[in-house]
Design a protein around this ligand. Sequence first.
Ligand code: BES
Ligand code: ZN
Ligand code: ZN
Length: 512
Amino acid sequence: MKQIISVDVKTRKAELTRCQTDMLVVGRFSDATAPDEILRKLDDKLGGAIERLKELGDFTGKAKTHAVLYTNGKIGAQRLLLVGLGDRGSATLDTLRKAAAIAANRAVELKVGQISLALHRPLADRLDAAAVGRAIAEGVYYGSYRYDEYVTESENGRLGSLEAQIVDPDAARLKSMVPGIAPGVVIGRMQSHARTLANRPANVINPPALAKAARDLTRGLTTLRCTIYDERQLEAEKMGGILAVGSGSQNKPRFIILKYTPAKKPARGLPTVALVGKAVTFDSGGISIKPAQDMDQMKLDKSGGIAVMAAMKAAAELELPVHLWGLVPAAENLPSGSSYRPGDIVTTYSGRTVEILNTDAEGRMILCDALAFAVRQKCDIIIDIATLTGACLVALGTYNAGLMSNNDDLVKDLQKAADDSGESIWHLPSGEEYAEEMKSKIADLKNIGSRWGGACTAATFLQQFVGETKWAHLDIAGMDAFASPVAYAAAGSTGFGVRLLITYLMNLVGKK
Ligand code: BES
Ligand code: ZN
Ligand code: ZN
């Protein structure tokens, strides 16, 4: 089977006009009145081609746009890729990450095996150098990613590898970016791996296969351990929520437990964090079956669980000094003679009973068992991530994940991680009023609320299983995939959450 593209990120000291490379990449702001020093030098050598592009209006530096120039031997590079950085004032770290991703995306499209990135130059004085190195490395992975492992008859093909160099004539500046590159590579690689697992269809990744993928992640790492509950252990542990959702499929459910114990003792007072991710390997809706339109996309309903798996592996590779749990309940939600039904009353791991009114509200039924498990392990902070509700997608569209929480400090820390990682979130309410809607007359809870505020009632359902533990919920419905290609990424899984979660953890332990 085809491997995903292999990426290499390094630094290279070179004068930009002389840099011998397949493609030199430079950025341009849309509001700069005159070209900066780099552009001016390149433009001189190229006989004014860059400025002409601007005058013609073909490339003005607008964010997420680009233009390729063929250099005809006038500079060292074969091609010059100009990437728009938007307004200087609003450019952030994520501007660079996305610009690097656009460059890598274009390189794969053109079958260019080597790119030399000088994107950092106009922002170097404003941003932390290591953070810039990391963002560029992450972006290169992001943009070059393709999911084509099952395409056997591709006419066009693609290269197997991409070499990305961050170029600068100033060795000291390069050196200052180096500390960020290694973590950026770890994060980029794990996010790509997450995208591959998520993109794989439900006939390939079912709960036991996902459990195997989790176990594979621990290979060679003594600090990361994996325990898997199969259906017998789920029965023995009385994980009624996971069992109910998985009951309709021949592919039996699993509970994946990853535990990371750092080699270095964490600083005193550092919390133990549990990451909990929904992994419904296919969500047909069950007996409350979904409409046929776009049902194929429900292979991506495992994205939250996969983000947790990838973040755990990245944390272990980065040797973060913090105790972590990665909890991934995995089930396939199908209709059959053995499925759970509307009207059923399910006893969950916590002992709480739930009246099922819609079998399509299955995410909360598997998550509540995993959340109760995290509480029993005495985790100090629980963060769950799930493609939980269509309502969240209706509320926020495809640009922000929903964030609900019972703790303001955790909200702040996650919002900071979102800013740093470029994976955006928006705080939404949860709590008492919504809980009222979820009371059942014949059980402790119902699994759906009223017609309104579906993202908030779903979050509030979960909130009732964490007790006093600090908790945050990320609803990533709609953030899990691009329906069509964007400038900086191919269509399909986005790997959303991998960068957000690992950035949260890195910030927590004070690592850049
Ligand atoms: N996996 C879906 C949510 C979803 C919808 C994710 C669209 C990505 C895109 C979830 O299990 C679901 O079906 N939720 C229901 C809940 C309802 C029955 C209360 C929904 O949102 O309609
Ligand atoms: Zn569902
Ligand atoms: Zn679902």
